[in-house]
Structures are given as C-alpha cells and as structure tokens.
Design a protein around this ligand. Structure first.
Ligand SMILES: NC(=O)c1ccc[n+]([C@@H]2O[C@H](COP(=O)([O-])OP(=O)(O)OC[C@H]3O[C@@H](n4cnc5c(N)ncnc54)[C@H](OP(=O)(O)O)[C@@H]3O)[C@@H](O)[C@H]2O)c1
Length: 321
C-alpha cells in the first residue's frame, strides 16, 4: 500500500519507516526536514521524503489537501495535538483512504481506578496535552463508528530507545539521575517511590502500527495502549539501574515538598506530571486483537537507552570513568 507518515523521522518513525519499506509498502514521509532519524537504515533510500511544515500548511488551510494529493491508501499521523488538526485532516481524506492511524498517548487517561488500566475505562485526562489527545481520540472513534471513517488510535507510553534520554527513576529526564545511581550516591525519590511509570521501546510502538495495519478489520474504530508488558515503580526502577552498575541503590524517600526543594524546578515539574499520572496500562487488548508482542520489557528498553548514553559520552564524566 501507499503509506504516508506525517512526522516520520522521530522516535517512532526511525523504526516505523524501515519496517513499512521492508513489508513491501510504498512509503512517503512528511517532515520539515529539520532532523534525521536516530539511526541510519538502508530502507530510507526507498522512502520518499516530502518537506512540509504542518503548522504553516494548516494555518493556510491546505494541509489536508496536500496529504490527499499524495494519494495515500494509509495515513499515519504521528504529530497531531489539537482536535482542529485532526478534523481538518479527516475532512480532506474522508472516503478516499483505507486506514487512518493516529498516534495518541496513555495520558488520555488521568488517575487510574483499576490497574492495569484498560482502553475501555472512562477518560479523565488533565493537562492541555492529555485533554486534547483524549478529545482527538473521542472524535476519531466517533468518526469511525458513526461515519465509517477508518480510524485507529494507538497510545504509546514513555517512548524509549537509543538516541535520546529515557524517562528516569525520578520521573524526569535529567540524565544525572542515572549517573547518581551508577556512582552509588544517594538519590531522592518522592513519597515512597511506589508511583509508576510505563515505558515502551520505540520499535515496539512501530511494531504496533504495523500490526494495526495488518489487522485492519480488528483495528478500525478502536484504540490500543502501545506500552511494554508492565509498568515499573520508581523505587524498583532505581534499584535495577543501580544493580546494572553492580551497586545497591542508596535511596532517600522524601515527602513531595521536600523532594521538590532538592531538585531543579523543571525536573520537579516533570516528576509531578509523571507521578500524578502514575500510568499502568494493559496491553491485553492489543495482544488479543493485533497480536502485539513487545520485544522489550520496560527496563530492557531503558537499558538500551542508558548504554547509548554511556557510549555517547553523556554519562561518562558524570559517572567518573
Ligand atoms: N515521546 C514520548 O515519550 C511520547 C509518549 C507518548 C505519546 N507520544 C506521541 O508520539 C507522537 C510523536 O512521535 P515521536 O515521539 O516519534 O515524534 P518526535 O520524535 O517528536 O518526531 C516528530 C516528527 O515530526 C516532524 N515534525 C515536527 N514538527 C513538524 C511540523 N510542524 N511539520 C512537519 N513535520 C514536523 C519531525 O521532523 P522535523 O523536526 O524535521 O520536522 C519528526 O519527523 C506524538 O503524537 C506524541 O503525542 C510521545
């Protein structure tokens, strides 16, 4: 099929575009051409790259038509963050495509009631990002179920892979947290360290897109969590990271206000967002309907990313060797 990926050179696109090519699809990637995929792959030679700024094209009211003009069978929208962006695209593509896949987020969920959280649980998002993503999901599923628009929503967890900093055991992106654990220095964690984060390897997100395309009849009109088999607690995560360096983690558990006082404000803000969500999502639906088989558990995915950080020199001086 002719597959257009909007925003296909980032975390997920790095793995998804080569997978699509290898499966025999004709692949077109739209981006501003400001960045390269995180890893090179010979398959990119077969990808048609289109340079477009979605924001500018949308502001001019012609983004949907530009995508339509590429005559896609399948459209994968990796970078939709506003309901208006989704509806603009749907109106342009309605009736003319076989499958539309939207990349959402597990933050369509607010605080969980039962865990693991299933896709069926009522949405209680908070924060502009999650609220917009939940509105997009509700709109697309309604379009699919009521009006026959062939939409599927995939909701990744914290995307991890070699090439960028993974969400760390404090629930923020400060790479020094890994160095602190590697050195055996004391690390502060909020509360009892029992709040959770739920990672996924970028290649497993790509796998789920492939599975959704291959299982179209089960995927249309549905949303799926794209996460690893299990969430991790901050405490357990920290202990495992220290063990990678042959050290027992020295952890200090602090009430939120005290924890906040000891870390930089942007890190505290990230941590707060992550522990307020404390995601723990089920993959049972994706396993059942899409035959999703994630290659990585959460900490295997993070391990790869930390190895990359070390190889890239990002942690070496912090660790001290
Ligand atoms: N990162 C996470 O941990 C995470 C977690 C859950 C859900 N998600 C969801 O994942 C999606 C993002 O996927 P990702 O992490 O693979 O993306 P990413 O790494 O942020 O890459 C974004 C891609 O979009 C392109 N792009 C950005 N702005 C553009 C514009 N105005 N016009 C055209 N192209 C543009 C980028 O290339 P250029 O810069 O060259 O244009 C790149 O190809 C989002 O929907 C997000 O909500 C992410």
């Amino acid at each position: 099929m002719r597959v257009v990926v909007i925003g296909g050179t980032g975390h997920v696109g790095t793995y998804l575009a080569p997978r699509l090519v290898q499966a025999g699809h004709e692949v077109i990637v739209i981006s501003r051409s400001e960045r390269q995929p995180y890893q090179s792959h010979a398959a990119w030679q077969a990808v048609q790259m289109i340079t477009l700024d979605r924001a500018a094209e949308e502001a001019a009211g012609r983004f949907g038509q530009r995508v339509h003009d590429l005559k896609p069978d399948v459209v994968i929208d990796m970078i939709c963050f506003k309901l208006e962006s989704a509806s603009h695209l749907v109106e342009a593509l309605r009736g003319d495509i076989q499958h539309f896949l939207h990349c959402g987020t597990i933050w369509v969920h607010g605080p969980s009631v039962e865990t693991p959280t299933t896709e069926e649980q009522p949405r209680t998002p908070f924060g502009e990002y999650g609220i917009q993503k939940a509105a997009i999901e509700a709109y697309l599923l309604d379009q699919a179920r009521r009006h026959g628009f062939p939409a599927t929503c995939l909701h990744p967890g914290h995307i991890v892979g070699p090439g960028w900093a993974p969400l760390n055991p404090q629930g923020n992106f400060n790479t020094q947290v890994f160095a602190t654990l590697a050195r055996g220095d004391e690390l502060a964690l909020p509360n009892l360290g029992m709040e959770t984060v739920h990672h996924v390897h970028a290649d497993d997100v790509a796998q789920m897109f492939m599975q959704a395309i291959a299982n179209r009849s089960s995927a249309v009109g549905e949303s799926f969590h794209a996460v690893s088999p299990a969430a991790v607690t901050l405490r357990g995560y920290a202990e495992v990271v220290a063990a990678w360096f042959g050290i027992a983690a020295r952890l200090r558990f602090l009430p939120w206000e005290e924890f906040c006082g000891g870390v930089a404000a942007p890190d505290a803000a990230q941590t707060l967002q992550h522990i307020q969500h404390s995601p723990n999502c089920s993959i049972a639906k994706a396993q059942r309907l899409l035959d999703y088989r994630p290659r990585y558990r959460s900490l295997q995915a993070v391990y790869e990313a930390v190895q990359w950080l070390i190889a890239a020199g990002d942690l070496r001086y912090l660790i001290g060797n």
